[in-house]
Design a protein around this ligand. Structure first.
Ligand code: DON
Length: 304
């Protein structure tokens, strides 16, 4: 049996000495304050045992990783009908690209680029009585942690600088694919990006996607066919224009955020989260990618 604790500790000692740690995102001013030298990792195995190293308990802004959690909730509610509002093709473009929206009549390429996540927020606003509270509650329940919360300073900071997201939402609205107001939808979108979680909490929140839809407590959140679809979307769309590179280097479905977090999983084996705030030129955590490459290469465990 693999000693995952030993494996991730060894990886931490190897990656934290790398000098080029990438660059902390500055386009959301609040994120620019995070120290570059943070590194955390958490891995929960198929038996439900969690292994932690470095800053794996420290909370950070999950940013686009929230797109998977809101998608899971919307998919569980709407089922296959959801795909009439958003496609499932990789974009091969940066996360905030607008040109495809114009060419494809306001149907976002996939739910993990900004435009797609904005449509998912619109769906949840229509479906839920108190979307902001209910989505947070949903995440707290899956992760079995009532302390998970929004960071309102980060949400405000992003709202003040979110011009491209307003442009995307307005474009979607002009094509009739947004049923609520642009302001209402983006307020929810910014709040979800501003959720703070640790690597430990993220690895637990994504556990159902590696465990046939069931969380660590055994509650079913998604059906087995839905889990298949979620993981396929993460594999092909979770890293924007670096999705091919992530599949090539790491070989797992996963999702990144500009706060420097990455979550990835091997169905029926493990779910892993890394955090290092320095990003590469594609906006994905530089050390996180290196750490995950070492994890799958050193253990021989990947979907390929
Ligand atoms: O919409 C934005 O720009 C951010 N709140 C989220 C971007 C993000 O995390 C993209 N991921 N890598």
């Amino acid at each position: 049996m693999i000693d995952f604790q030993k494996v991730i500790e060894h990886i931490r000692t190897e990656v934290t000495v790398i000098e080029d740690k990438g660059t902390v995102a500055t386009y959301i001013p609040e994120l620019a304050k995070v120290p570059i030298d943070k590194f955390g990792m958490a891995l929960v195995d198929q038996y439900g045992k969690t292994h932690i190293t470095g800053d794996g308990e420290e909370r950070f802004s999950i940013q686009s990783i929230s797109k998977v959690l809101s998608l899971a909730m919307a998919f569980a509610i709407k089922g296959e009908e959801l795909w009439q509002r958003v496609d499932v093709e990789p974009s091969g473009d940066p996360f905030n690209d607008l040109s495809l929206l114009e060419n494809e009549n306001g149907i976002p390429r996939n739910p993990l680029i900004n435009a797609g996540a904005i449509v998912i927020c619109d769906v949840l606003i229509t479906e839920l009585d108190n979307p902001r509270e209910e989505i947070l509650q949903y995440i707290r329940e899956i992760a079995n942690d009532p302390t998970i919360n929004y960071n309102l300073d980060v949400a405000r900071s992003e709202k003040a600088t979110g011009f491209r997201n307003y442009a995307a939402a307005n474009l979607i609205k002009s094509f009739g694919n947004l049923h609520n107001t642009v302001g209402e939808v983006l307020d929810l979108y910014f709040d979800l990006c501003a959720i703070e979680m640790s690597c430990r909490q993220l690895s637990h929140a994504f556990y159902p996607l590696m465990n046939l839809g069931k969380c660590l407590r055994g509650n079913q959140y998604l059906t087995i066919p839905q889990v298949k679809r979620m993981n396929a979307i993460m594999l092909t769309c979770g890293f924007y224009d670096e999705a091919g590179e992530f599949a090539f280097e790491i070989g797992l479905p996963g999702k990144s955020g500009v706060g420097g977090g990455i979550v990835a999983l091997l169905p029926n084996e493990f779910c892993v989260a890394t955090w290092s705030p320095g990003l590469n030129e594609k906006g994905n955590s530089r050390l996180g990618m290196i750490a995950l490459e070492k994890l799958t290469t050193n253990t021989g465990l990947s979907i390929f």
